[in-house]
Design a protein around this ligand. Structure first.
Ligand code: DGL
Length: 288
């Protein structure tokens, strides 16, 4: 049975979800995290809803087997098309990244014109638009799929003329619409935030759903009485147990699993998460 001290499960189609992990680490530093990146089957963003749901269900079963107390679907594509199905089949409290991002955008816009960039699946699902217009009836949401951003980020071309040129082409369509808020609706996009910001101009506020997701996760844990606080637990332990317990905790606080390419993942992860030791283990996710 999972309890307060159990880890939070976070998953993504690959490496992009690490931008969400980074935010959870910042906002909930006492929590343990188990991350799964489906590096063998990435991208999800151009696959059918059925396939994305099947992959996500396997990952949820893997996380359940690891006794997680809550699950963060740190992939916009999976949050857009699979989250409802996942929630029906699991008792573990779960959140995705779409609702939190939609909420900030609806609160942020001044002229009611909001852009969303993401994968083809996320944009064509229309989910951001549905959430946003529920919160802000006057809002108009304009979506633009930017499929080349994911491989560019994965190739490490974060500050590169090629990325600039492609971003200009994709974003020119959005600039003419007069949006004042733009949701970075894909886990990889916060990593090219400066390029997007430069092209969109100062008047457009960029929304990174990762930040709001970590805040909502905290609220969910509080509501479910699952928020872990080291101080609270420590104060109940005798001193010698405290030391041993703390040491063990540090060692397995953050665990990373992937379905392929552990070395490449490790290198990329180290550039996003500036936390001492990082290792990644391979899991045969098809077994779940
Ligand atoms: N993680 C995906 C997302 O946020 C992007 C990569 C993919 O297409 O799988 O939508």
């Amino acid at each position: 049975m999972a309890d307060k001290g159990s880890p939070i499960g976070v998953f993504d189609s690959g490496i992009g979800g690490l931008t969400v992990v980074r935010e959870i680490m910042r906002q909930l530093p006492d929590e343990k995290i188990i991350y799964f990146g489906d590096t063998a089957r990435v991208p999800y963003g151009n696959k059918s809803q059925e396939t994305v749901t099947r992959y996500s269900e396997q990952i949820v079963r893997f996380l359940e087997a690891n006794q997680v107390k809550a699950i963060v679907v740190a992939c916009n594509t999976a949050s857009a098309v699979a989250l409802d199905e996942l929630e029906k089949k699991s008792d573990i409290p779960m959140i995705g990244v779409v609702k939190p991002g939609a909420k900030v955008a609806a609160d942020t816009t001044r002229n009611g014109k909001i852009g969303i960039i993401g994968t083809e699946v996320t944009v064509s699902s229309g989910i951001y638009s549905r959430y946003i217009t529920k919160l802000n009836h006057k809002a108009t949401v304009i979506g633009k799929a930017c499929p080349l951003f994911v491989p560019l980020v994965e190739e490490g071309l974060l500050h590169d003329a090629v990325t600039d040129e492609i971003a200009r082409r994709y974003l020119s369509e959005l600039i003419v619409t007069g949006i004042d808020t733009l949701i970075l609706g894909c886990t990889h996009y916060p990593l090219i935030r400066s390029t997007v910001g430069k092209i969109m101009g100062e008047k457009v506020t960029l929304v990174n759903p990762a930040y709001e997701t970590a805040m909502e996760l905290k609220e969910l844990l509080v509501r479910s009485r699952l928020l872990y606080s080291r101080n609270e637990t420590e104060s109940k332990l005798p001193n010698e147990t405290l030391h041993a317990n703390e040491m063990a905790l540090e060692e397995d606080r953050y665990r990373f699993y992937v379905s392929d390419g552990a070395e490449k993942f490790k290198k990329f992860a180290a550039s996003i998460i500036k936390y001492g030791f990082l290792s990644a283990k391979i899991v045969n996710i098809e077994e779940y």
